[in-house]
Design a protein around this ligand. Structure first.
Ligand code: TMP
Length: 218
């Protein structure tokens, strides 16, 4: 029998849910990802944790290219590569997992393209809309947790952890535009995107996160 592949725009939701985490670099989403996985695991869910760009062999190779600070590229090349990685991610990881009834948590998804390539780099939203439609049809996360943090706080957090990649080397002004684009998307899709104030102490952020997950997903 031929393997059934994903027809963009015709995806039917299965019981597993798709949760995405978003925020500017240094917003703390990776820290809270483990907590989220634990909450869901304790409630008997099979959870697949993945990331973008990445999550597949091709996607991780594209990630290396995209984050390499020695490789400058056109903003549209950057957007196309992000969506190419996403297409692979949907086909190999996200959709098969949801079809099995698993839960998928992805560290970033399409909102990041609208925020970074749209807001940050200034690409026209209509172009990104077309790529979104091509790659994922009407498919959207069930829930997006947007960790909102002041640009200066985010910057401080990353500089304390590791050497900066191609995005993290951008100036504060770039991250202000990215943050603004995220906030606009949260306003536009209030049912899907929940804003978590990540300027608060870790414990408070954790509590907010738990509250949202327990009320929406279980
Ligand atoms: P990460 O460091 O949070 O894993 O994300 C890698 C970088 O890629 C981050 O700086 C944001 C950027 N990015 C985009 O610019 N567009 C996208 O669509 C995605 C998924 C990530």
């Amino acid at each position: 029998m031929q393997k059934k592949t994903f027809p963009p725009g015709e995806y039917k939701k299965d019981p597993g849910k798709f949760i995405t985490l978003e925020g500017i670099d240094g917003a703390g989403k990776s820290t809270h990802l483990c907590g989220l996985e634990k909450i869901l695991g304790e409630r008997g869910k099979t959870v697949i944790v993945t990331r973008e760009p990445g999550g597949t062999s091709v996607g991780e190779a594209l990630r290396e290219l995209l984050l390499d600070s020695s490789r400058a590229m056109h903003a549209e090349t950057e957007a196309l590569l992000m969506f190419a990685a996403r297409r692979e991610h949907l086909d190999k990881i996200i959709l098969p997992a949801l079809a099995r009834g698993d839960w998928v948590i992805s560290d970033r998804f399409t909102d990041a393209s609208f925020a970074y390539q749209g807001g940050g780099r200034g690409l026209a939203t209509q172009k990104l809309d077309k790529l979104e439609q091509w790659v994922q049809g009407e498919f959207q996360p069930d829930l997006t947790l947007y960790f909102d943090v002041a640009v200066e706080v985010g910057r401080q957090r990353i500089s304390a952890i590791k050497s900066a990649d191609r995005f993290e080397k951008e100036q504060n002004e770039f991250f202000r535009r990215v943050r603004e684009a995220y906030l606009q998307r949260a306003q536009r899709f209030p049912h899907r995107i929940k804003v978590i104030d990540s300027n608060q102490p870790l414990d408070e952020v954790k509590k907010s996160l738990e509250k949202i997950i327990l009320s929406i997903c279980l």
